[in-house]
Ligand binder design. Structure first.
Ligand SMILES: Nc1ncnc2c1ncn2[C@@H]1O[C@H](COP(=O)(O)OP(=O)(O)OP(=O)(O)O)[C@@H](O)[C@H]1O
Ligand SMILES: [Mg+2]
Length: 356
């Protein structure tokens, strides 16, 4: 079996008193689209800069393709990094911007031309090769930065919020393009973002980071459907998290009682748990269903186009949100007024009792 593209073992980084990255072990596979997702300041850029060699780990080791890169400078690592502020040379044409690195490396003229043409084709800029950066849109400039990153054919490309400067529409288009590009160039992409939807859309696997620590690594569906902590449950998508406790094998929520739930990991009897259940996994009805159901009062109905979101107060302390696809809204639900009685229910497999 070949070595992973990137392996971090016990890597940490401190700046004075600040520990930006707590002890981290991580393996990223060859040709994987791997995202690092987390809020501002959680250590994403620091982690990437250590992989790239712009920053030296305080402790631990980093391997690229099975070889330790401790002490190896950035230019000798087989990777390229794309930053949020992708400085292009303003006086050089698109093609010359892309060619620059190859020329520095003294690659032959014919090969430079050939590789630049191919790189521009991959990012669909072949028609704009002679323009200057100032004559391009934001998205086109971003593509030049990508072409520059792939032209040297590194085995790893690190992208730090590369779409941050683009508007929503362009971001969506570039997400699709990036994913296509990654498939075509067979390169490991490590992608930093604080946009959870972006990470879910593009990644093979996602690492969710908080306060310098990777809390969970998994496929988009694992991260979304099976979070192992309150933080991951709430950070990805929208999720109800209600405080409760584990009591004699059951999960009990104050003022509600025993609720269906799947307990995640080892949780001692009496320990506090957060009950995480997504709005789309809660069934909301105007009459009491068979079996488990919680009675509540409707506080609000919000129409978002593809779905209706219902806020329901189930006790003075607990407030839950249930969502219903617009196409499945019943006439009964459509006419419930604020203050009206509704019933909420869910299956044990859709509610996760989380200790952390
Ligand atoms: N050179 C530095 N000197 C001191 N502290 C630093 C330095 N670089 C980063 N930090 C601190 O390390 C922590 C992590 O920063 P980092 O830039 O890795 O966060 P991030 O997850 O990339 O955030 P953002 O989403 O805002 O880009 C922060 O508390 C930051 O202030
Ligand atoms: Mg950053």
């Amino acid at each position: 079996m070949s070595a992973p593209a990137i392996r971090l073992s016990g890597v940490t980084k401190s700046f004075g008193d600040t520990t930006a990255v707590q002890p981290t072990d991580l393996e990223i596979g060859q040709n994987e689209f791997f995202s690092i997702l987390g809020p501002s300041g959680c250590g994403k850029t620091t982690l990437m800069r250590m992989i790239a060699g712009f920053e030296t780990p305080t402790s631990g080791t980093i391997e690229l393709a099975g070889v330790s890169v401790t002490g190896v400078p950035t230019r000798k690592r087989d990777l390229n990094m794309v930053f949020q502020s992708y400085a292009l040379f303003p006086h050089l044409s698109v093609a010359d911007n892309v060619a620059f690195e190859l020329q520095v490396k003294r690659v032959g003229k014919a090969e430079v031309t050939d590789r630049v043409t191919k790189a521009l084709k991959l990012v669909r800029l072949e028609a704009l090769a002679n323009r200057k950066p100032a004559q391009l849109s934001g998205g086109q400039r971003q593509r030049v930065a990508l072409a520059r990153a792939i032209v040297g054919r590194p085995t790893v490309i690190l992208l730090d919020e590369p779409l941050g400067a683009l508007d929503q529409q362009l971001r969506k288009e570039m997400q699709v393009e990036l994913k296509r590009l990654q498939r075509e160039v067979h390169t490991t992409f490590v992608y930093v973002t604080h946009d959870q939807e972006e990470a879910l859309t593009m990644s093979d696997r996602i690492a969710v980071m908080s306060a310098g620590r990777i809390l969970q690594i998994g496929s988009p569906t694992e991260i979304y459907e099976r979070p192992t902590s309150r933080f991951v449950a709430s950070f990805i998508g929208s999720c109800n998290v209600v405080e409760g406790a584990r009591v004699g094998g059951d999960v009990v929520v104050p003022a509600v009682g025993t609720v269906p739930a799947t307990t995640v990991g080892d949780v001692a009897d009496g320990a506090a748990v957060g009950l995480a259940v997504r709005p789309e996994r809660i069934s909301i009805t105007t009459t009491k269903p068979e079996g488990f159901a919680v009675e509540g009062a409707l506080t609000e109905s919000i129409y978002t186009g593809d779905e209706w979101r219902f806020g329901v107060s189930t006790s003075p302390a607990a407030h839950l949100v249930a969502s219903v696809p617009s196409a499945q809204l019943t006439p009964e639900l459509a006419t419930v007024q604020p203050g009206g009685t509704v019933w909420l229910s869910w299956r044990a497999e859709d509610a996760r009792a989380l200790a952390v």
